[in-house]
Write a protein that binds this ligand. Structure first.
Ligand SMILES: O=C(O)C(=O)C[C@]1(C(=O)O)C=C[C@@H](O)C=C1
Length: 290
């Protein structure tokens, strides 16, 4: 049976994404306490895959995931899944908002609810936890403490939490993009349900000169290769040195994409392919009920 690592404990959004990736398959889901631990488990061959969050529509990239993939492991993105994210304010027992002095959650979840927190709970202190479900688990372990957690409705049912407010994310259309990661490409996952096929490239410029990035982008532009995302992350070697992470809507073996990569390499850039994979979108029904 396949072993799949996810950011635990039970009840995280990532576990829900992992379930949806393997909807009809018998797999063993294994919770890990952090994204790096889940990715390392794949690198060390303790598990076959990991499911990790990559990007959120409100807060942007999950930099922990990006940086770990770039600097610490050598793995492939095998599929992506975008899920709606609804955040619930949960506690171990019923409380009025003004009674809550501390709010616990994952930094991404806190950032997704900034407006609600600013307007309704401006005096509450924020305590970051390794995941949303961990926050829900903690607040339900001591129900009388003046604290509450931000997390998913699946965690509410697992830890029997009280719902104080539902759907507190700043934008109704909140979405997170999760990726399935493994040691190699997974061609068998390219199914007809996919809405697109993407390739993620990580490019390091040869040197810094006027128009260097423009030249790289031109290689994709004149071939009409659609870019769905571009982002820079520090290479960590020195200030002002970056990796450019590009998502393009082509398969790696597409002749135009191979041409673009060859052109960028001819400019002296280092190009790594982090995976060529299908992209899926699944709707979650009944986000606030048990
Ligand atoms: O804490 C969780 O429940 C997670 O699965 C992590 C995570 C993330 O890091 O983005 C996943 C989805 C939401 O955007 C909030 C938190």
């Amino acid at each position: 049976m396949k072993r799949v690592a996810y950011l635990g404990p039970q009840g995280t959004f990532t576990q829900e994404a992992a379930r949806r990736f393997f909807a009809e398959q018998d797999v063993q889901m294994i919770p890990f306490t952090s994204i790096p631990n889940a990715l390392n488990a794949v690198e060390d061959k303790e598990v076959d895959h990991a499911v990790v969050p990559l990007e959120n529509s409100i807060e942007g990239s999950v930099t922990m995931t990006m940086d770990w993939l770039i600097h610490h492991v050598s793995l492939k993105l095998q599929a992506e899944l975008t899920l709606p994210i609804a955040q619930q304010l949960l506690a171990g027992s019923h409380k009025e908002l003004q009674e809550v002095r501390t709010i616990l959650s994952h930094p991404q979840a806190i950032s997704q609810c900034r407006t609600f927190l600013h307007e309704h709970m401006p005096h509450a202190e924020i305590e970051f936890t390794p995941s949303t479900a961990e926050a829900v688990k903690r607040v339900t372990s001591d129900p009388d403490k003046p604290w509450a957690a931000i997390g998913p409705s699946f965690a509410r049912s697992i830890y029997r939490a009280e719902l104080l407010r539902s759907d507190i994310q700043d934008h109704e259309s909140n979405r997170t993009r999760f990726v399935l990661v493994g040691a190699t490409d997974l061609p068998q996952l390219h199914s007809p349900n996919a809405i697109a096929v993407k390739t993620t490239l990580v490019i390091e410029l040869a040197s810094d000169y006027p128009g260097a990035l423009y030249q790289v982008l031109a290689a994709f532009a004149w071939r009409s290769i659609n870019m769905t995302k571009i982002e820079s992350r520090p290479t960590k070697k020195r200030l002002g040195s970056y990796h450019f992470i590009l998502d393009v809507e082509r398969k790696i073996d597409d002749v135009l994409l191979s041409g673009a990569i060859a052109e960028v390499e001819a400019l002296g850039c280092d190009v790594q392919c982090f995976g060529s994979y299908p992209a899926y979108v699944h709707q979650v029904v009944n986000t606030t009920t048990d």
